[in-house]
Design a binder for this molecule. Sequence first.
Ligand code: ZN
Length: 330
Amino acid sequence: MCENVDDLTLGIDLGGSKILTAVVNARGAMLSSDENITPATEGHETVIQSIVDSAHRVLKRASVALSEICAIGIGAPGISNPETGILFTSPNLPGWRDIPLRDIMQERLGKKTFLTNDANAAALGEFYFGTARGVRNFIYVTLSTGIGGGIVIDGKIYSGAIGAAGEVGHMTIDDKGPICNCGNRGCWEMLASGTALAREARHRIKEGVKTSILEYAGGDVEKVTAKVVHNAAEQGDGFAEELITQTGYYVGVGLVNLINTFNPELIIIGGGLSNIGDMLLKPAFKVAEERSYKEAFQAVRFASPKLGRSSGVLGAAVFALQEMNKLRCE
Ligand SMILES: [Zn+2]
């Protein structure tokens, strides 16, 4: 056995809007954590410096020296190759192309670093410390600005040929649908994400539909977000509720594809949009039940992530520990 229960790792969850960092022990306990805004529009150099600053802050908070950390794990959005440590592209980090993020972080912080996809990291976090403990076949789906996914098959993240697997947000739901950042049309995230809900609301408001949504956005149509639509729906706005139901329908269509393709035991649904709850998820589960193979639907359970927004940072930390142990055992 080469595992050491005293191992400390530094987990980094790099998102399009937030950077979360944490010092984590091998049992998944966070000794300290830090959160700050991702300066996504200021280019990769500024974002990387923010990560480095956050790393130093979180270590100081835990009174842990860099030398006491055994490895660093980063979960980043977009397509990356865990073998080479290169982040190819990320729709949520404009201008990022072929960035050797793993090596840059390793050089700046002077510690062995490992890179994975953010949703894969979240799936790992839930597998080791959360909702998916003991579950061998499951899918983690995050409904957020976009839609991310982590696929666990027989207890292991399925990463595909170059590490790009699990991009469930870019499976085609409507082949004539709106054009996505990835170049495809009618991707799941173009129809069932928070961005999609807000875009549809703005579009329909501009067409003159009768709704109170604008009142919750200070009268400015450009300030209509998924949260604003939800606020209006909660106050009884029928149109807002209809939009959420429609988004839920598309969430369900994507779930059918996942259920029929992977026959998972569990699908964990996280991300900010999922906080809407039943209004969004009931129509989603209804479609999933109506259209999936009956036997496969009966075998699947839906749950929310037990670790909440910490899934990714804990998963990045556990990923680093796992990879480090592989090296030690070689
Ligand atoms: Zn796409």
